[in-house]
Design a protein around this ligand. Sequence first.
Ligand code: ACM
Ligand code: ZN
Length: 751
Amino acid sequence: MIRAFLLLFILVSTTIFSQKKLNLIPYPQKVQINEGNFTIPDIIMLSSDLPKEETEYFKKKEGSNLKFQNSGKSDAHLVYSQLPKSTNSQQNDEFYSLEINSKQIVIKSYTKQGYFLALQTLNQLFEEFKNDKQIPALKIEDQPKFAWRGMHLDVCRHFFTVEEVKQYIDYLAMYKLNIFHWHLTDDQGWRIEIKKYPKLTQIGSKRKESMIGAYVDNTFDGKPYGPYFYTQDQVKDVVKYAQDRHITIVPEIEMPGHALAALAAYPELACTKGPFEPATKWGVFDDVFCPKDETFKFLENVLDEVIALFPSKYIHIGGDECPKTRWKECAHCQELIKKNNLKDEHGLQSYFIQRIEKYVNKKGRKIIGWDEILEGGLAPNAAVMSWTGVNGGIEAAKSKHFAVMTPGSFCYFDHYQGDPQSEPNAFGGFTPLDKVYSYNPIPTELNAEQTKYILGVQANLWTEYIEDFKQIQYMIFPRLMALSEVGWGTSDPENYKEFEGRVISQFKVLDKMNVNYAKSIYNVSGKVISNNSGMFYELSTSQNPGGIRYTLDGTDPNANSQAYQKPIPVSKSMTIKSAYFENGQLKSAISSQQFTISKTTGKTITLEQQPSENYSFGGAFTLIDGIIGNQRLLGKTWLGFLGKDVVATIDLGNKTQFSEVYFNTLENKGSWIHMAKSAQIFVSDDNKNFKMIKEIGKDEIQNAKGKIKLNVGNQNSKYIRIKIENAGIIPAGNPGADSKAWLFVDEIGAN
Ligand code: ACM
Ligand code: ZN
């Protein structure tokens, strides 16, 4: 029995491991390689009864490997048969089979969409085997796991032309995504023509200037931006373009928050008189739609025009980040809360969304909104887009509402994908390719029945920091490929390296299309390791580690610089620069890491409360790793604590003399990040009895702009404890008022 089992295992394992995967993304559900080969013809002869438009698409598409020509049936290379309506409950509308034998390619599907997906696969196969023109005989049976495989684009913070949006849609199609979430309205710009309200675009589609650089710099370019918007004719053209590629566009009209551009045009829809201007800063703003009848009439009229333009089942109504500051002080809002027996302003948010839902449902459509639409109770038929984490999706699914999973830490493509120092300016998170690839849209908290409510997965691209289309390409590629395979349901994070190999093969296709993709996966990354013999900087690359070269003298490494062999000792302050080379050619960006060594560096640290999952990077050790968080680049050297204090205790190992303690915090009120309220330093020799040696208040922290250096007198102790007090609840008059503030902290040192 045991022997038979072992033998079986060996057989199975050899068939699995000896067969290299094809260069396909997303990888199909089932691939069977057969005997023989098919010779790729210069022109693919077609049978006459193929879905015409889908075939034409590939015939005309620039860079397509599929050159088609009609022929009589007998000598056709490609034949298609439409399957009768599925009785197989295991197969969905997007199912296709693609069989290649020595003479013919046979595609079967239930729908034209299935046929289109099959041609995308065939196009990738032709690419892979174009050199020797021999494709192995094979049979693919394939369909996506998730019905919602989405990619979002914010055209409000920065605008992208119709031609650019079409290119974006083509990228989605290439990797078999099927939803384009078009974020059309926000504080900084209203981007869709609404015939009944011309001022939305006359006034709301431009702004005086834009914020530039990292948010913390608080600087502006002084350049008027806009008017930029899509006319209804342009929208129709884009909708048709997407339909031709079997992509559904889900339009988003933001309410009740993110409404400044609309209020600039129609100030009577706000709680206060205005006047308002489209925002020039990024962030969250207090002036939001006031839930009065006039506002609902306006929104219904807007939605009428939107619904007429977009045939999608879902209309996205935003719902995120709506401060309640104005509603609290508005007589009408307070009256409405009383009249409808609502609990508070969150109840009013729920009232707002439910009223809109009723209207949208009456028109035969459904609403989807960001997870804050759960506040105060979810509208009866609404779907939830879970972005602040996965809890919104879990809560929705448990109450039998559909959910799309797009948690920030896995699915926000405005985050960095490599070392911030070698990347264009981005939003402060860190979401590299392997992180996206590791995402499983089905939360483990759900049972089988609840799982059915997870519609799928989406990535979002917010464009505060993205000014042109080249950078759009950079931010979505190659992460879009990971999203694609996650949504298709064939991702295999355990074998990430294998996936990365297929990504690198796809780079050739992107090169041909002149796409500016991120080369971050070639980058050398560094990790601080600390053990009994000291602290070291370990360099790694997902490529051949023999290709890493580095310097310690501040110069850029070249192909002849020192080859990396083992972790580099970091015993004094220094800068390590590294890069990846292949055949003498620089492939990566140059990574540079500065170390500032103090008496806490590399010691042992414990935190009373852990940072939030999205901003926990290297855990507590991040605070004493010798790497000082950059206030401009943000990134993964900062730990973020939502509504919590930081209480960190550092064990110096032995009694140690020091007279200065330093630490850093951030301020970025637009992102709800506030300076600490106070800080206290304690010392101890037994880790039980602590003596306070210094206390500072908000003013001192503010004056130091978060870079705190404290003279603590001559100390000689084994333990240092530092308590940094969170600002608590965000005060009125600030973005995010009444919500918990973020406290961001890095590097606690002593000298
Ligand atoms: C969001 O990122 N505010 C949905
Ligand atoms: Zn009001």
